[in-house]
Design a protein around this ligand. Sequence first.
Ligand code: SAH
Length: 614
Amino acid sequence: MATAHSTVFFYVTGRGRRLAEDLERRYPDARKQRFSKGAVKESWTKGGKLVFIMAAGIVVRAIAPLLRDKRTDPAVVLLDESGSHVVSLLGGHLAGANACAKEIAAVLGGSAVITTATDVSGLPALDLWAEREDLAVEDWKQLPKTGVRLVDQRTLLLFSDVPLDAPGAFLPTEDPALADIVVTNKEGQARLDALLLRPRNLVAGVGCNSGTPAGEIEDAIRQVLAAHKLSFLSVRAIATIDKKGSEPGICGFVKKSGLPLITFSPGELNRVAGVTPSPAAWRATGARAVAEPAAILGARGGVLIVQKQRMGNVTVAIAEGTRKNARGADPQAKPVRGTIRVVGTGPGSADYLTPAALTAIRESDVIVGYGPYLDLLEGLIAGKERMTSGMTREIDRCQTAIDLSAEGKTVSVVSGGDPGIYAMAGLVLELLKKGGDPSAVPVEVIPGISALNACAARLGAPLMHDFATISLSDRLTAWRTIEERLEAAARADFVIVLYNPKSGTRRDHIRKALQIILRYRTPATPVGVVRAAMRKHESVKVTDLAHMPFDEIDMQTTVIVGNSKTIVWNNLMITPRGYERKEKWADMAGQIGEGATAEKPDSPQPENSDKSLR
Ligand code: SAH
């Protein structure tokens, strides 16, 4: 669901409607819609994704007359009213139905039903890969045939004369005649049954006499390409002098072909060295030449591979860019500038992932994070590039995330809970600060539900009054400092939330911490111990300082120690805010009248102070 297109949830029954409403809340770009053939038809042509909560038969009958072409039909996803099966029905790859089905299944805790063969065999999807690498498909009929060969053979031979990121299942070959997939802008290299993909790395520089018709311009470009055995599908853009930017023939051709038009001033064109001068152009425009320098500039410092050819009223020259440069030459293409988001994914289950975090993850090309956290997100990030802790250390990982975003990728660095609480946000910002240029990469921190929120909710209401959070990990903080903070928080009667209570190496931190707290609190002080909140094997225990289940505390546990006022009721912790005293105060004020000197609820309570000063 990486595109900006919206998603429509169609429903029939009341139960379907409630599920649609639930999904609508989680997807900011989605809307629900009562099912009717007319409504489906209307959404069909708008692109986006159509999700149907109803029986398969209704859907198949409704969409049958609308089916046109795999390249333009929208994604169709189908789910039963209980949300337990989410079927990718149409547009599995390019339209994104597989990813959409997996995502909805992850959000609802159901299972996705995927039938496209490559996915089922764990092999790469050819169409998605071609799109990601910005390669044009020469013949769409060849795509499923090559897909079948991939499923049967498990590998394919790949020839490419441009640099590419290719999946491991594609084995490189130097010989185009052997290859199953051939990536080149040149004609006549591939076997007839090969899948031919065209890198969009050519820019056609064009000049013409006034009034030349669009058809003549198109013919000239096609003939020049054909004469030099170059594919029209590799043409990325048309380039010319600014004066010709409004020439009807050129405008007509770019409109028909859908190619972007890039124009340059005479001054810009004249700065390009090594081009063939044209006296006619000089007289008419003040530029020494048009087609050749425009092609070179259009391909961003590309190499001129076809010198100016005069074809009647038209001159054509072709430059080849490195793919990245040629991509940058497209004024409609996204600028090469990514973003980096530091995203909090909450305590564990999808129910506690915010819609904003979900959107950020959906929009990302690359996901960076700890392996176990990424596993929790499995359904949401299927098909995206990932970097996990197994591969690099934290700093390297964040630096790589920043580098990738500087290259133009949209990157999400994910942390469990909140990303700004004992997590990645600070490190990412520190590294960006080191980089110097604050405008280099836009950065956004997307908050998440932290362990303290999740665990407090499970325990009742322990954080109703001032609290301190202390991490017992001495990996980056000296133990001495941790002890001082424990002491200070205990003395000041803060409720204390202990993160990282136990690690593999230092198993007695939590014992030592509670001993310090016991200097200021009674052994009967309530304590909540929550393990794996909002995850599969969650456990919640309410106890007190004298009865700590030390053996049950691990890296997935958070411990909340109450303050001197915290009580336990119905196995829940309550730290009173002071409403009771407020009532008492109001009563007293009522009895004594205005200006009463009764103690106000927010001032310190004397009955604490003896304990606090001990
Ligand atoms: N950024 C995270 C904290 C990372 S530090 C957040 O905001 O929650 C890791 C510690 O967080 C763990 O050792 C544990 O103390 C706590 N923690 C994280 N997820 C938890 C969960 N689901 N249940 C209980 N504690 C959790």
